[in-house]
Write a protein that binds this ligand. Structure first.
Ligand SMILES: Cc1cc2nc3c(=O)[nH]c(=O)nc-3n(C[C@H](O)[C@H](O)[C@H](O)COP(=O)(O)OP(=O)(O)OC[C@H]3O[C@@H](n4cnc5c(N)ncnc54)[C@H](O)[C@@H]3O)c2cc1C
Length: 309
């Protein structure tokens, strides 16, 4: 039975599309098509999709803002569910002279969330302003920058377990956050929303700090080119970018595909011109990883999530 027909039979209000290119949904601007693609508008629609996919034994991939994924050129032979607009509300739960408690849907942009907190004059979420992911993707990855991570601000997360379709809310401790990992990543849970708590601060100090971080990024990262941010995780005791530079690979390209180690920040692989295929990018990822291992004895592990390779 076809997933699209099955969803129609169930009275699903949203659209399930066939053969949707993931190029447009990934900041790398590369990758093949998802066999099925849906963007549920609420929790009920999400559960309906998961229930149907499970019944049809269709693989599911949860997509946030696509800023840390690379889909293979052969695509994804299953259902990609984008957690986007339908889950993008941000609500202030309470605020006073000391602290702000704020809840964000998993589909809200992390930068919108960070900027809203900063403009309300609460500190601690400035690092969120420059990360181009969704709140859900950031919780899943425990995204972080400039010495802070999601684990420092998140107090509660609500998720769906796709195996049981149960919805649960857990506290920070149970999220088991670590460097670019969490219980959601380990168990494949789907983040629906998160609550964060921030301390009151001085508005101009906060906004200056947001600006300072933004300027640092613009000066050091190739933000004008398609990429997924830092391609590799930071190996213990090292910086991936520094090792890649040490291996003589800053600005390196295997061919003219457009896949290139950034000349501005060696930790980023970029897709110059936006025409490199996922295969070109993956070949460069593997090449860099092997060369760094040969020359520095450290094995780099991709931070970008490789789908279908
Ligand atoms: C220019 C640039 C700069 C970046 N800078 C940083 C940085 O400073 N720090 C940093 O940590 N990262 C950075 N990144 C990487 C990326 O933005 C983060 O990892 C971000 O958290 C990914 O969120 P996303 O919504 O785009 O997730 P996606 O790329 O869509 O998905 C990433 C993973 O999260 C899962 N996922 C997404 N949403 C959910 C959900 N609701 N529930 C369960 N699983 C979900 C996906 O299945 C996938 O495995 C950068 C990327 C770019 C392009």
């Amino acid at each position: 039975m076809d997933l699209v027909l099955e969803m129609e039979k169930l009275g699903y209000k949203g659209l399930v599309r066939y053969d949707v290119s993931m190029k447009k949904y990934s900041t790398f601007k590369a990758g093949g098509a998802a066999k099925f693609f849906a963007e549920p508008m609420n929790e009920d629609e999400l559960v309906q999709l998961l229930y149907t996919a499970r019944g049809l034994e269709t693989d599911v991939f949860i997509l946030g803002n696509g800023s840390n994924v690379l889909f293979a050129d052969s695509g994804f032979d299953g259902l990609v569910i984008k957690i986007g607009k339908g889950f993008s509300s941000i609500d202030i739960i309470s605020k006073n002279e000391d602290e702000l408690v704020i809840e964000a849907g998993a589909g809200a942009l992390l930068s919108t969330f960070g900027n809203m907190i900063a403009n309300e004059s609460y500190e601690g979420a400035e690092f969120c302003c420059g990360i181009p992911g969704s709140v859900g993707g950031a919780v899943f990855m425990n995204a972080g920058a400039y010495g802070r991570e999601m684990k420092d601000i998140v107090t509660e997360v609500t998720y769906i377990d796709p195996k049981t379709l149960n919805v649960r809310t857990i506290g920070n401790e149970e999220c088991d956050f670590g460097y670019r990992r969490s219980v959601f990543e380990r168990e494949g849970y789907i983040v629906i929303k998160a609550v964060a708590k921030l301390k009151r601060g001085d508005l101009s100090t906060i906004l200056n700090y947001v600006n300072e971080l933004k300027n640092k990024r613009t000066a050091s990262q190739p933000l004008e080119l398609p990429s997924a941010g830092s391609t590799f995780k930071r190996p213990e005791g090292h910086y991936a970018g520094a090792l890649i530079e040490e291996a003589g690979l800053k600005g390196f390209a295997i061919d003219h595909s457009g896949a290139q180690v950034s000349a501005k920040h060696a930790g980023f692989i970029v897709n110059v011109g936006g025409n490199a295929t996922a295969t070109d990018i993956k070949r460069l990822i593997d090449y860099v990883s092997d060369k760094v291992y040969e020359r520095c004895g450290v094995r780099l592990e991709p931070e970008v999530r490789l789908i279908g390779f």
